[in-house]
Structures are given as structure tokens and as C-alpha cells.
Design a protein around this ligand. Sequence first.
Ligand SMILES: Cc1ncc(COP(=O)(O)O)c(C=O)c1O
Length: 389
Amino acid sequence: MLTQNFIIPGSRLTQQHAAIQTELDQAVAGVIRRAVFTPGPEVEAFEAEFAAYMGVKYAVGVSSGSAAVLLALKALNLQPGDEVISTPQVDISASAPVTQADARLVWVDIHPRTYNLDPDPLAAAITPRTRAVIAVHMYGNPAAMQPVLEIATRHNLPVIEDAALAVGATYRGRPVGSWGTLGCFSFSPGKILGAFGKAGIVVTNDAALAQQVRMWSSYGFDLASLKAIERGEIGAQFEYEAEGFNARLDELQAAVLRVKLRYLDEWVRRRRENAGLYREMLADLEPTHLFLPQDTPETEPAFRVFVIRSPRRDGLMRYLAGAGIWSGLNYVPPLHLQPAYGYLGYRPGDFPQTEQVARELLCLPTIPELSRQEVEKVGETIREYFLRS
Ligand SMILES: Cc1ncc(COP(=O)(O)O)c(C=O)c1O
């Protein structure tokens, strides 16, 4: 069943859009009027506005979150045999780009309460062939960037933050995505900040890396030559630096994202409120019936969803569905147990924390469009399941 078909759904974009309909209509109409669809004024403005929001120097709009991760890796100039360390408890779009960039995935176990890269196994997995680390901020919850960066810096390794699920989250008061060498975001429609199709962005404070991301996303064009062609200069030539990708952000998506960016903080505030209510309502069920996500003063999650863990997860999921409430198994089973990654040779038991989390986790809806009564209804139904059944 589609998530929006539940009485309490995982997504209610029609409601989100109705609230800002006039602004969206104007933004889309402006793009149609100008009839510039490849990167133009909207993309340029969105890049500047997003960079300011993140507190970074450069932002390069790209065609998706998957493209963002791939382009960040390409910008680092990885070579065949180079190793990139990440975790298996992620969406395949956070891992496939590593292989697509000719590098080799090396996974480490996750922290059981943050669902993110655990600094201890990370330190142990570094070899002379390690070339980069990807820290994914799972479910909108910030990874422990300080220890991760300390370890990476000691080994002179760049860190890519995959913040596809975490736009608006902060770690020690600073936005996630702005801590590492490069930060990657997805703006697919169901994300916290969603476009009307595929969209993403890469942020960095490094001018050369930003140029590389732009070059790789623009077919591999020499950027000066591309600009000359776009300006319609007589005699402008098609010069290529690399065999790149067609992976730029388009004007329509940028125009929509510019409107939505103005509401992002408010939407994230409401997600945090919903998560806070779950925490309040479910606190006394811990640890007998379930575990709540880690709550530390150094992180302000964006709560793409609210993740709980319970050995009775499957029954709870059915009970919630029976009451018309959406809940999700994002991202189960973990990647090391998927046929797509059989070639890496990992086995059941290799990542005990990841595997236990995958058996127990359940994602609850946090969308800003939920009313307080609806969030309470979810909380009450969970209490009912554990205390009365
Ligand atoms: C952690 C993570 N990284 C990257 C992506 C890829 O984003 P996109 O769907 O825009 O390609 C996703 C998508 O959900 C994701 O969860």
C-alpha cells in the first residue's frame, strides 16, 4: 500500500503543496516563461541560497542524491583498488556510487543507538589502500562527526557526508553536510526538502573540488568552454576534460526548491516536535518493550522518520497497519546480505549490530503535516500493542 493511503501516512505532499501553492505556481510559471531549463538563474540562485543556509562556500546543484555521492567520489579522483569505508545499513544509492567510481566498498558495523558509522570499527578498518570515508546521517540523525573527522584527519583521508536524509539536522550547532570534505544531499520528492522530481546538491568549502563536481556533472566539459557555448560565443568549442555525466540540476527543480527552502526550518521544527512527542509517550516502554533513538545534547536530528527498535517489531508493524498507521522498514535487509553485494564476500554475522538493528527497527512517521492528535494516536496505538496485547 502506498504510504499516502494510510489514515496516518508517511507522506502528505498534497497538503504540503496546498499550503504554499501560490508561491509554487509562480516559481514554475517563471521557469516556463523564461524557457531556460538547463542550469540558469534559478539553479544559480538556489546554489547560493543553499550554500548560505549550510554556511559553506560552494554548492553545486546535481540531478539526484545518488549523483551527488558519485560526483563527490569522482571529484576525489579515486583509482581502481582504492577502498572507501562506509556502513551496510544504508540505501543502495549511498553505496553503489562507490563501485561506480571504480573503488571498493569496505563496510564497518554501525552504532546500535545512532544507526550511523561507529568510530571504533572505522579506525580498525583503515588500511594503506583506504582513500575516503562516507559518513551517512541515517534517518536524519547526525553521525558522530568529531571522532570520525579526528580519525580521518589522522590518516589524511577525505570524509564525504551523505546527508540525503538529514537536511536541516545539526551536529554541535553546525549543519550536517558542512563538516566533511564534501556534503551530499538528495531532494527527491519524499525527502525532508523535496523537489518535483530528481534533484540533489554537493556542498564543500574547497574551490577545486567544487569545480571538479561541476565538471563531472556537466558531461566532463571544460567549464570555460561550456560557459562560452552557453553564452553563444561565436567559435566556442566543445572541450572535454573527462568522460563525465549528464547530472546537473534543472531550472524547474531549482525553482521549486527555492520556494521550499524558505520553509525548511519550520518543517524540521515540526518534525522535531513530533519526535519529541513520541519520545515522551514511549519513554516508559524502554527498555522492556522497545528502544528509542539516542538523544544527545550535541545532535539536533532532522527526523526524516522516528526509528524505534523492538524484538516484537513485525507484530507491531501489523498492529499499526491495522489501525491505518504507516510504519516502514527502511532499509532492511542490510546491504551485506543482499544479492547485489554477494561479490564482496560478506556473510551473516559479519556486522552483528547492523543485523540486530535490521531485525528490530521500525520507522514511524514524523512528517510536519501530522497533527498533534495524529502523533498521539500513533503513540497510543504502540502503547496499546505492548501493554494490552
Ligand atoms: C542515504 C542516501 N543517500 C543517497 C540517496 C540517493 O538519493 P536519490 O534518490 O536522490 O538518488 C538516498 C535515497 O534515499 C539515501 O537514502
